[in-house]
Design a protein around this ligand. Structure first.
Ligand SMILES: O=P(O)(O)O[C@H]1O[C@H](CO)[C@@H](O)[C@H]1O
Ligand SMILES: Nc1nc2[nH]cnc2c(=O)[nH]1
Length: 194
């Protein structure tokens, strides 16, 4: 559902998920990376969802983007992860957003690693920016479905079926974790009179 339609329906919080390739060499397949920031590489080429006429009823023309991913929700998500025993697989890092659909070259991955990216994918950033612009709280995370190839002697190739396999493998624990986060948000909304 488009983010602005959610806003009109009274949605106050966006939880966004994606499958991503791990750039940080310490990340393993099946890890979960809470997004603390992003590199909007598509935005560098002018492809930002907020480009064009700005209707101030949604939000201001120019917005800061250094706090898109709500710190309170990130902390709470880590606390819940510890409670349900999944903290060993939970990371926090920077997601770089590319257009795809080709996966990355080795040179691209090396460049993004040097630029501070921990994971790479083809989604989420547009939705996160729209939601933040409209005053919603944003929580986003990546399921690391593959370790990105970073070496010319590495014969592996990224492929979509491994992305689907890792997603299926982690579905149970993710349901539990997200259930806990949703319950926290429900209580927060209740306290704030929503
Ligand atoms: O970002 P989501 O939609 O999770 O999907 C990710 O996985 C797909 C590639 O296998 C790409 O679409 C990439 O963006
Ligand atoms: N761009 C990109 N998207 C992904 N989604 C899952 N894995 C990957 C990856 O390695 N690169």
């Amino acid at each position: 559902m488009p983010v602005r339609v959610m806003k009109l329906c009274g949605v106050t919080h966006l939880i966004a998920s994606n499958a991503a390739g791990g750039i940080n060499e310490e990340y393993n397949e099946g890890d979960i990376m809470i997004m603390k920031d992003h590199i909007n590489f598509m935005g560098f080429a002018g492809n930002n969802p907020l480009v064009g006429f700005n209707d101030e009823r949604w939000g201001p023309r120019f917005i800061p983007a250094n706090k898109v991913y709500d710190k309170g929700l990130r902390e709470e998500a880590k606390r819940i992860a510890t409670k349900i025993g999944m903290s060993p697989i939970v990371r926090e890092g920077v997601y770089v957003f590319l257009g795809g659909p080709s996966f990355e070259t080795i040179a691209e991955i090396n460049m993004f690693r040097i630029c501070g990216a921990n994971a790479v994918g083809m989604s989420t950033v547009g939705e996160a920016l729209m939601a933040y612009h409209a005053g919603m709280k944003v929580f986003a995370f990546s399921l690391i479905t593959n370790k990105c190839v970073q070496d010319y002697d590495d014969d592996r190739e990224a492929n979509h079926s491994e992305v689907l396999d890792v997603g299926a493998k982690r579905s149970g624990i993710l349901k539990k974790w997200i259930g806990g986060i949703v319950e926290y948000i429900r209580q927060e909304c209740h306290q704030n009179g929503y």
